[in-house]
Design a protein around this ligand. Structure first.
Ligand code: DSN
Length: 425
């Protein structure tokens, strides 16, 4: 929020909580957010999240609920579904997943039987925990097999490997999508391989949903993908939550609905569904398409600075909103060291392991950062270039307090020059 919330009831009843909320408001207002999966929502979205819909139980779907009093919940859920379908050009949507993990798990159980094989991208090459990392419960139910990048310096997926593994393992589902990958996927190749082996296709587009909605990158549905899962709070700039979209199959849509409720979740979070609907309306505007394009331009501006300074970027650069820099391999600073010093100067991002990682998950070689949040604040290419320069200066001078203090002031001035907007329409 651009202005401190007044929090009159919280202040009186629970001052410790009020203090923490104000602390976070101040952190967000005076620093720059580069975690590529974070963003700022509009005040209209905040109003929906803080609305009375948080009081209501609505198990079921519009027109078929298990509790009374659903006049208005049916209205908001129907609107959210209609807007989601329009935004992503598909026939069916389930807007109830509480977030990305339940969206993915719900989709797996809708499309697969226990013991079936799912083919997804290796986590160390950019995939996500919920794509079957051994630490997750989901690996007890399904057999996950992997594909990788052919060359981490171009980001190209090894589609020959993908096809070989698919022919050998006969997956029920082929999964495209990522959490730390900076290039576009060749969706047609996924679809062709899936058709060859009789697998469903699912795209987890949590990171790039806003770029797809804003028509800045390709839509997997244009290539025949069966379903798309996503969060709603990253580039899509909505509330924390999830969605599942189904291109055209009514049968699949019914399976997805049954899988989310009653299969996986209880009562939907109607306040969150109301906020999703508000965000989808915002994303349907021409201004959102400009926003999506600007995210890419800003990422390209940051890419140039890092490459000019000789810092290796995984994938060789970026075609989306995020960058993954091998700071350890390039300048001998670990991902944790870089994250820590950037926190000190008011720039937030996350350490990240890289393909071929030689260090640990807790102190890996890389940092992952991106432009969705700074673009929401109105930063353009010139300011994004400046932010990238300040990042590198801070990382290199991480032991020099005077330099860090100077950079902290510059970051604060930049943040205050571009306040977090209240509205996008
Ligand atoms: N935590 C999210 C991200 O940062 O990419 C994915 O779950």
């Amino acid at each position: 929020m651009s202005t401190a919330q007044s929090l009159p009831y919280m202040q009186k009843q629970d001052p410790k909580m009020a203090e923490a909320v104000r602390g976070e408001e101040n952190r967000e207002a005076t620093g720059l957010e580069l975690v590529p999966s974070e963003n700022y929502i509009s005040q209209a979205c905040h109003e929906a999240l803080g609305s009375v819909f948080t009081n209501k139980y609505s198990e079921g779907y519009p027109g078929a609920r298990y509790y009374g009093g659903q006049d208005f919940t049916d209205t908001i859920e129907t609107i959210a579904i209609d807007r989601a379908c329009k935004l992503f050009d598909c026939k069916y949507a389930n807007v109830q997943p509480h977030s990305g993990a339940p969206a993915n798990i719900g989709a797996y159980f809708a499309l697969c039987e226990a013991g079936d094989t799912i083919l997804g991208m290796d986590l160390s090459h950019g995939g996500h925990l919920t794509h079957g990392h051994p630490v997750t419960h989901i690996t007890k139910s399904f057999n996950f097999v992997r594909y990788h990048m052919k060359n981490p310096d171009t980001g190209e997926i090894d589609y020959e490997e993908l096809r070989e593994v698919a022919l050998r393992e006969k997956p029920k589902l082929i999964l495209a999508g990522f959490s730390a990958y900076s290039r576009e996927l060749d969706y047609q190749k996924f679809v062709d391989i899936a058709r060859e082996v009789g697998a469903y296709t699912m795209a987890d587009m949590a990171h790039i949903a806003g770029l797809i909605a804003g028509k800045a990158v390709k839509n997997p549905f244009d290539y025949g993908f069966d379903i798309i899962t996503s969060t709603t709070h990253k580039t899509l700039r909505g509330p924390r939550g999830g969605i599942i979209l189904i291109r055209e199959s009514e049968e699949l849509a019914k399976k997805i609905d049954k899988s989310i409720f009653p299969g996986l979740q209880g009562g939907p979070h109607m306040h969150s569904i109301a906020a999703k609907a508000v965000a989808f309306k915002e994303a349907l505007t021409p201004a959102f398409q400009d926003y999506a394009q600007q995210i890419l331009k800003n990422a390209k501006a940051m890419e140039k600075v890092f490459l000019d300074k000789g810092i290796r970027l995984l994938g060789g650069g970026t075609s989306n909103h995020l960058l993954l820099a091998d700071v350890y391999g390039s300048i001998g600073v670990t991902g944790q060291e870089a994250e820590t010093v950037l926190d000190e100067v008011g720039i937030t991002l996350n350490k990240n392991s890289i393909a071929g990682e030689t260090r640990t998950m807790f102190d890996p070689s890389g940092i992952r950062f991106g432009t969705p949040a700074i673009t929401t604040r109105g930063l353009k290419e010139a300011e994004s270039t400046r932010v990238a320069e300040l990042m590198i200066e801070a990382i290199i001078n991480r032991e020099n307090t005077a330099v860090k203090d100077r950079i902290r002031v510059k970051v604060k001035v930049l943040a205050e020059t571009f306040p977090i907007p209240d509205s996008f329409v």
